[in-house]
Design a protein around this ligand. Structure first.
Ligand code: IDP
Length: 149
């Protein structure tokens, strides 16, 4: 099973969207195997977004992502990376389809509510960056017999 890293960003937490987002993930059939609320520190934020370090929005992005608590999750399932990215919708909310999280709840790119890893390699790095081994779990969901052929 594939694993991905998902974050409800500070704007999502502030706007009371944790439950909505967790609910969508659960109802889709993806399994949450780790979840915590934490305020991301500057060093971790810089590492998380280092591919954008030369962009003009990098410093505001680090400031925003460290400004108040986020919720981090490890989400597991077949094709979990692609499914989570499609559930989040396009990075720019103006391009995000209605029915996606960003298409339903966001207006600006710099306040787009959620994050999800964009590849297997990124997922592995982001999971290791935000979670220790002891914070993760392994279990079967009772509905897996209905979700998978
Ligand atoms: P993603 O979050 O959909 O993977 P990326 O292009 O990797 O999109 O960008 C990472 C994050 O950086 C975005 O989710 C958004 O919070 C922020 N970001 C990207 N482009 C802009 C921009 O043009 N202005 C402000 N923030 C941006």
């Amino acid at each position: 099973m594939e694993q991905t890293y998902v974050m409800v960003k500070p704007d999502g937490v502030q706007r009371g969207l944790i439950g909505e987002i967790v609910s969508r993930i659960e109802k889709r059939g993806l399994k949450i195997t780790a979840m915590k609320m934490h305020q991301i520190d500057e060093e971790t934020a810089r590492e998380h977004y280092k591919e954008h370090s030369d962009k003009p929005f990098f410093e505001p992005l680090v400031e925003y992502i460290t400004s108040s608590p986020s919720v981090s999750m490890i989400v597991e399932g077949e094709n979990a990376i692609t499914i989570m990215r499609s559930m989040n919708g396009a990075t720019k909310p103006i391009e995000a389809q209605p029915g996606t999280i960003r298409g339903d709840f966001a207006i600006e790119t710099g306040r787009n509510v959620v994050h999800a890893s964009d590849s297997k390699e990124t997922a592995e790095k982001e999971i290791a960056l935000h979670f220790s081994e002891s914070e993760t779990t392994t279990y079967s969901r009772i509905d897996e017999v209905c979700l998978y052929e």
